[in-house]
Ligand binder design. Sequence first.
Ligand SMILES: [Zn+2]
Length: 214
Amino acid sequence: VFAPPVNRLIGELAKLPGIGQRTAQRLAFHLLSVPDEEALPLADAIREVKEKVGQCEVCFNLAVETTCRICQDERREASVICVVEQPGDVIPIERTNEFRGRYHVLGGALSPIDGVDPEDLHIKELLERVSGSEERSRGAGPASTAAQTIREVVIATNATTTGEATALYLADAVRERSPDVAVTRLASGLPVGSDLEYADEVTLGNALRGRHAL
Ligand SMILES: [Zn+2]
Protein backbone atom coordinates (compact mmCIF):
# COMPACT_ATOMS: atom_id res chain seq x y z
CA VAL A 1 0.00 0.00 0.00
CA PHE A 2 2.79 2.39 0.99
CA ALA A 3 5.97 3.32 -0.80
CA PRO A 4 8.74 0.73 -0.20
CA PRO A 5 10.77 2.99 2.17
CA VAL A 6 7.68 3.55 4.30
CA ASN A 7 6.93 -0.16 4.36
CA ARG A 8 10.50 -0.81 5.39
CA LEU A 9 10.28 1.62 8.33
CA ILE A 10 6.95 0.15 9.46
CA GLY A 11 8.43 -3.34 9.18
CA GLU A 12 11.47 -2.44 11.31
CA LEU A 13 9.38 -0.67 13.97
CA ALA A 14 6.97 -3.61 14.14
CA LYS A 15 9.88 -5.90 15.11
CA LEU A 16 10.35 -3.98 18.37
CA PRO A 17 8.91 -5.61 21.50
CA GLY A 18 5.45 -4.37 22.39
CA ILE A 19 4.96 -2.61 19.06
CA GLY A 20 2.22 -4.08 16.89
CA GLN A 21 1.60 -3.35 13.24
CA ARG A 22 -0.84 -0.56 14.01
CA THR A 23 1.50 1.25 16.42
CA ALA A 24 4.37 0.79 13.95
CA GLN A 25 2.31 2.56 11.30
CA ARG A 26 1.43 5.38 13.67
CA LEU A 27 5.10 5.85 14.64
CA ALA A 28 6.22 5.74 11.01
CA PHE A 29 3.71 8.41 9.99
CA HIS A 30 4.75 10.51 12.95
CA LEU A 31 8.39 10.31 11.88
CA LEU A 32 7.41 11.20 8.31
CA SER A 33 5.46 14.23 9.48
CA VAL A 34 8.12 15.84 11.71
CA PRO A 35 11.10 17.84 10.39
CA ASP A 36 14.39 16.04 9.72
CA GLU A 37 15.98 17.46 12.86
CA GLU A 38 13.31 15.79 14.99
CA ALA A 39 13.38 12.42 13.28
CA LEU A 40 17.05 11.85 12.47
CA PRO A 41 18.41 12.00 16.07
CA LEU A 42 16.58 8.71 16.64
CA ALA A 43 18.47 7.09 13.78
CA ASP A 44 21.73 8.59 15.09
CA ALA A 45 21.04 7.39 18.63
CA ILE A 46 20.43 3.83 17.44
CA ARG A 47 23.64 3.88 15.41
CA GLU A 48 25.62 5.33 18.33
CA VAL A 49 24.54 2.72 20.90
CA LYS A 50 25.22 -0.08 18.45
CA GLU A 51 28.69 1.29 17.72
CA LYS A 52 29.74 2.33 21.22
CA VAL A 53 27.99 0.16 23.77
CA GLY A 54 29.28 -3.32 24.42
CA GLN A 55 29.54 -5.70 27.33
CA CYS A 56 31.55 -5.26 30.52
CA GLU A 57 34.26 -7.90 30.43
CA VAL A 58 33.84 -8.56 34.17
CA CYS A 59 30.08 -8.59 34.77
CA PHE A 60 28.51 -8.46 31.25
CA ASN A 61 26.51 -5.35 32.08
CA LEU A 62 26.34 -2.75 29.32
CA ALA A 63 29.59 -0.83 29.04
CA VAL A 64 31.07 1.91 26.89
CA GLU A 65 34.60 0.97 27.94
CA THR A 66 36.03 -2.50 28.61
CA THR A 67 34.38 -2.49 32.04
CA CYS A 68 31.11 -0.91 33.16
CA ARG A 69 30.72 2.08 35.47
CA ILE A 70 29.65 -0.10 38.39
CA CYS A 71 32.73 -2.35 38.13
CA GLN A 72 34.90 0.79 37.87
CA ASP A 73 33.38 2.36 40.99
CA GLU A 74 35.81 1.70 43.86
CA ARG A 75 33.16 2.62 46.42
CA ARG A 76 31.00 -0.36 45.46
CA GLU A 77 31.45 -3.38 47.70
CA ALA A 78 33.31 -6.07 45.81
CA SER A 79 32.31 -8.77 48.30
CA VAL A 80 28.67 -9.08 47.23
CA ILE A 81 27.56 -9.95 43.71
CA CYS A 82 23.96 -9.65 42.58
CA VAL A 83 23.15 -12.01 39.71
CA VAL A 84 20.50 -10.85 37.23
CA GLU A 85 19.20 -12.15 33.93
CA GLN A 86 19.49 -9.05 31.74
CA PRO A 87 21.32 -5.70 31.79
CA GLY A 88 17.91 -4.02 32.14
CA ASP A 89 17.46 -5.72 35.53
CA VAL A 90 20.35 -3.72 37.02
CA ILE A 91 18.32 -0.51 36.78
CA PRO A 92 15.39 -1.43 39.08
CA ILE A 93 17.83 -2.80 41.68
CA GLU A 94 19.92 0.38 41.53
CA ARG A 95 16.77 2.46 41.98
CA THR A 96 16.02 0.78 45.33
CA ASN A 97 19.28 2.20 46.81
CA GLU A 98 19.45 -1.01 48.86
CA PHE A 99 22.33 -2.64 47.06
CA ARG A 100 25.92 -1.38 47.12
CA GLY A 101 27.67 -4.43 45.67
CA ARG A 102 28.55 -5.47 42.15
CA TYR A 103 26.57 -7.33 39.51
CA HIS A 104 26.79 -10.29 37.20
CA VAL A 105 24.53 -10.40 34.14
CA LEU A 106 23.75 -13.94 32.96
CA GLY A 107 22.33 -13.01 29.58
CA GLY A 108 19.07 -14.91 30.14
CA ALA A 109 17.66 -17.79 32.17
CA LEU A 110 18.01 -21.54 31.84
CA SER A 111 15.29 -23.02 29.66
CA PRO A 112 16.11 -26.43 28.19
CA ILE A 113 12.88 -26.38 26.15
CA ASP A 114 14.06 -23.24 24.36
CA GLY A 115 17.56 -24.62 24.05
CA VAL A 116 19.10 -22.36 26.71
CA ASP A 117 21.63 -24.47 28.62
CA PRO A 118 24.20 -23.42 31.26
CA GLU A 119 26.92 -22.94 28.64
CA ASP A 120 24.71 -20.40 26.82
CA LEU A 121 24.73 -18.09 29.85
CA HIS A 122 27.63 -16.35 31.65
CA ILE A 123 27.57 -18.95 34.42
CA LYS A 124 31.12 -20.21 33.97
CA GLU A 125 32.39 -16.63 34.30
CA LEU A 126 30.37 -16.16 37.50
CA LEU A 127 31.82 -19.30 39.06
CA GLU A 128 35.30 -18.19 38.06
CA ARG A 129 34.74 -14.74 39.56
CA VAL A 130 33.58 -16.26 42.84
CA SER A 131 36.16 -19.03 43.19
CA GLY A 132 38.93 -16.83 41.80
CA SER A 133 38.29 -14.30 44.55
CA GLU A 134 38.65 -17.04 47.17
CA GLU A 135 41.93 -18.26 45.74
CA ARG A 136 43.31 -14.73 45.64
CA SER A 137 42.37 -14.14 49.28
CA ARG A 138 43.90 -17.47 50.38
CA GLY A 139 47.12 -16.74 48.52
CA ALA A 140 50.04 -14.82 49.96
CA GLY A 141 49.08 -11.66 48.14
CA PRO A 142 49.02 -8.24 49.77
CA ALA A 143 46.37 -7.68 52.42
CA SER A 144 44.36 -5.42 50.14
CA THR A 145 43.43 -8.31 47.85
CA ALA A 146 41.60 -9.95 50.75
CA ALA A 147 39.04 -7.16 50.50
CA GLN A 148 38.14 -8.48 47.06
CA THR A 149 36.86 -11.80 48.46
CA ILE A 150 33.29 -12.49 47.43
CA ARG A 151 31.27 -13.41 50.52
CA GLU A 152 27.77 -13.46 49.10
CA VAL A 153 26.05 -14.12 45.80
CA VAL A 154 22.53 -12.66 45.71
CA ILE A 155 20.46 -14.36 43.04
CA ALA A 156 17.98 -11.90 41.57
CA THR A 157 16.70 -13.83 38.59
CA ASN A 158 13.05 -13.28 37.71
CA ALA A 159 10.24 -14.88 39.74
CA THR A 160 9.35 -17.02 36.73
CA THR A 161 9.69 -20.77 36.17
CA THR A 162 12.93 -20.31 34.27
CA GLY A 163 14.22 -17.71 36.74
CA GLU A 164 13.58 -20.03 39.69
CA ALA A 165 15.19 -22.98 37.92
CA THR A 166 18.22 -20.83 37.18
CA ALA A 167 18.44 -19.74 40.83
CA LEU A 168 18.47 -23.34 42.06
CA TYR A 169 21.06 -24.35 39.47
CA LEU A 170 23.33 -21.44 40.44
CA ALA A 171 22.96 -22.13 44.15
CA ASP A 172 24.16 -25.71 43.64
CA ALA A 173 26.96 -24.70 41.29
CA VAL A 174 28.32 -21.97 43.58
CA ARG A 175 28.07 -24.19 46.68
CA GLU A 176 29.90 -27.00 44.95
CA ARG A 177 32.80 -24.80 43.88
CA SER A 178 32.91 -22.26 46.69
CA PRO A 179 31.29 -23.76 49.80
CA ASP A 180 32.22 -20.76 51.98
CA VAL A 181 30.28 -18.28 49.87
CA ALA A 182 26.71 -17.53 50.98
CA VAL A 183 24.08 -17.87 48.25
CA THR A 184 20.91 -15.88 48.85
CA ARG A 185 17.69 -15.29 46.95
CA LEU A 186 15.45 -12.23 46.97
CA ALA A 187 12.63 -12.63 49.47
CA SER A 188 9.30 -13.65 48.11
CA GLY A 189 6.85 -10.78 47.75
CA LEU A 190 7.69 -10.21 44.13
CA PRO A 191 4.65 -11.23 42.12
CA VAL A 192 5.07 -14.83 40.97
CA GLY A 193 5.69 -15.09 37.26
CA SER A 194 6.84 -11.50 37.00
CA ASP A 195 9.95 -9.94 35.57
CA LEU A 196 12.22 -7.90 37.80
CA GLU A 197 12.05 -4.90 35.51
CA TYR A 198 8.36 -4.43 36.29
CA ALA A 199 8.75 -4.58 40.07
CA ASP A 200 8.26 -1.34 41.95
CA GLU A 201 11.11 0.04 44.07
CA VAL A 202 9.48 -0.57 47.45
CA THR A 203 8.67 -4.22 46.71
CA LEU A 204 12.10 -4.83 45.25
CA GLY A 205 13.83 -3.02 48.12
CA ASN A 206 11.95 -5.20 50.63
CA ALA A 207 12.84 -8.31 48.65
CA LEU A 208 16.52 -7.34 48.76
CA ARG A 209 16.53 -6.58 52.48
CA GLY A 210 14.65 -9.80 53.24
CA ARG A 211 16.82 -12.06 51.10
CA HIS A 212 17.33 -15.55 52.44
CA ALA A 213 19.78 -18.41 52.07
CA LEU A 214 19.19 -20.77 49.17
ZN1 LIG B 1 30.79 -4.58 35.03
